[in-house]
Design a protein around this ligand. Structure first.
Ligand code: SF4
Ligand code: SF4
Length: 294
């Protein structure tokens, strides 16, 4: 749906390309894609992380049918917020969703099965995996364009590069090679940090770097491209554009930034929800990837 954010420019896209598979906008079935010859699709923008057998099947199928595969959006590139589910596994997620939640009435503790026989025949559901994966952890990916959603100017740039046949080398991220801080107008004084605050605890002046006001901002660990739109309107960056250039692990890079200005190691203990703060969009792609369940 993020592609529609380009508004009337979609007409340029349609003028230059035949859209042959777009599940949210077109009525096309999987069997239609399966019937396409291999490499029939010039460029495929794939959004969404991989959590189920069906998503894995579609990733592998579209990889086969497309010449160029672009991981589009934070879910496909980094796992995004849904990969915070990697702090649990299938069993504990089902337990919570189908048994523990106050609104659930399920005395027989029925949970989804991959196959069930009814009088009309056998019904099948795709398997629900323990771990959310990124697209690149599932199939070979040619390009990456992250963001939740991807910034509109970058979507347009990607289309332009495709139409002019000017795509960069395989494996490139179709985003600027700098961090959100490079796009942010706030003044940074690199003050020492003794107390971590939530955004509602400060009177933001819209000029001073959030770190200097005691608020964690993922800007230093996050790739530019959105124009630092959140810090410009009184919201610290939460990191949706994914790890910045030269950053392997977005959360570790932010923790390292915190460690470099904290007056003592105890400061990190003040972070409410460390995984949700440092790995909000990138747990699946991180070196931690998931919690070990014993
Ligand atoms: S840390 Fe955040 S507020 Fe500070 S300069 Fe970077 S993006 Fe702006
Ligand atoms: S400032 Fe950060 S959270 Fe906001 S859109 Fe940009 S990358 Fe995403």
């Amino acid at each position: 749906m993020a592609v529609l954010d380009i508004n009337e420019k979609i007409l340029d896209v349609v003028a230059n390309a035949d859209i042959i598979f777009w599940p949210v906008a077109m009525d096309i079935k999987y069997k239609d894609v399966e019937a396409m010859p291999d490499k029939y699709i010039d460029v495929c923008f794939f959004n969404g992380a991989i959590r189920t057998e069906e998503q894995e099947h579609m990733a592998k199928l579209l990889r086969k049918k497309a010449k160029v595969l672009v991981a589009f959006g934070s879910c496909a590139c980094d796992g995004c917020v849904i990969s915070l589910a990697n702090l649990w596994n299938k069993e504990t997620i089902f337990e919570r969703a189908y048994s523990e939640t106050p609104s659930t009435k399920n005395p027989d503790l029925v949970t989804p099965k991959t196959s069930v026989k009814v009088k009309e025949g056998e019904l099948k559901l795709p398997e629900f995996y323990d771990t959310v994966k990124t697209l690149a952890q599932t199939v070979d990916v040619d390009y990456f364009l992250s963001g939740c959603p991807p910034p509109v100017p970058l979507i347009l740039q990607a289309f332009e590069a495709i139409f002019k046949n000017e795509l960069p080398p395989k494996g490139s991220v179709l985003m600027p090679n700098k961090s959100i801080c490079d796009e942010c107008p706030r003044e940074k004084k690199d003050k020492q940090l003794s107390e971590i605050k939530r955004i509602y605890e400060i009177e933001d002046d819209l000029k001073t770097c959030f770190w200097d006001q005691g608020v964690i901002c993922m800007g230093p660990a996050t790739r530019a491209g959105c124009g630092a739109q959140c810090p410009k309107v009184n919201i610290p960056c939460t990191g949706c554009d994914g790890p910045g250039p030269l950053v392997t692990d977005q959360g570790a890079a932010a923790v390292s930034a915190l460690a470099s200005i904290a007056v003592s190691p105890d400061v990190i203990n003040q972070v409410v929800d460390p995984i949700g703060t440092f790995y909000k969009y990138s747990l699946a792609r991180s070196i931690l990837r998931r919690k070990v369940m014993k």
